[in-house]
Design a protein around this ligand. Structure first.
Ligand code: AMP
Length: 200
């Protein structure tokens, strides 16, 4: 079976992280979350972490060159080569999307899952979650950036023929069921997502 190369998109607070975990458990792909990578770097006070901290804390976007470099390096490691990848938090804009095509090289992007949850729903969820970079101003800025930078990506993925939009409002189980249906519909290979381990 060929490894999957997937992207998951969704506003902060859309349940993207939770669903990403379920997808990687199901498919055996490596979960690469650029937000998690940055948060670890900040905690470990690496050079990257020190440089990124102010931007991440304010809800801004770390520079494309830095991010593309991190992802290029990560996607070249053996686990990703063997098991494929679910990218979470990258690409965040068109520059990064075009870089991703280069980074993947001969590896095909199988699908971009767009977890669709309205702005008012995600804002309420994020305020409840109370993460340290979840100050109200940072939340507002991240949502604003999502509309301006990431929303155009949805069209781009659609043009590429890989967009799978999923209604992200509902129970974790319901949403995951929709993702599996969407991936099965998008998938040209013989593998049926969820055929080996039914979740119901
Ligand atoms: P996330 O967990 O994906 O919401 O990412 C947390 C923060 O990390 C974001 O608010 C950005 O500051 C930064 N970040 C994560 N991924 C990227 C990316 N692909 N490009 C730029 N900044 C990013």
């Amino acid at each position: 079976m060929m490894p999957w190369h997937l992207v998951i998109l969704g506003r902060q607070g859309s349940g993207k992280g939770t669903q990403a975990n379920r997808i990687v458990n199901e498919l055996g792909t490596v979960h690469v979350s650029t937000g998690d990578m940055l948060r670890s770097a900040i905690q470990a006070r690496t050079e990257l972490g020190l440089a990124a901290k102010v931007v991440v804390d304010s809800g801004g976007l770390v520079g494309d060159e830095t991010m593309c470099g991190i992802v290029d390096e990560r996607l070249g490691l053996d686990d990703v080569i063997e098991r494929g990848v679910l990218l979470d938090g990258f690409p965040r804009n068109l520059v990064q999307a075009q870089a991703l095509v280069e980074i993947l090289g001969t590896r095909r992007l199988d699908a971009a899952v767009n977890l669709d949850v309205p702005v008012d729903v995600v804002t309420a969820r994020m305020l409840e979650r109370g993460r340290h970079d979840d100050a109200p101003e940072a939340i507002a800025k991240r949502l604003e950036l999502y509309e301006s930078e990431t929303q155009p990506l949805i069209e781009w993925f659609e043009d590429e023929g890989v967009l799978v939009t999923v209604d992200g409002v509902g129970s974790e189980e319901e949403v995951f069921g929709r993702i599996k249906d969407g991936l099965n519909a998008a998938n040209a290979t013989a593998y049926e997502v969820g055929s080996s381990t039914p979740q119901e």
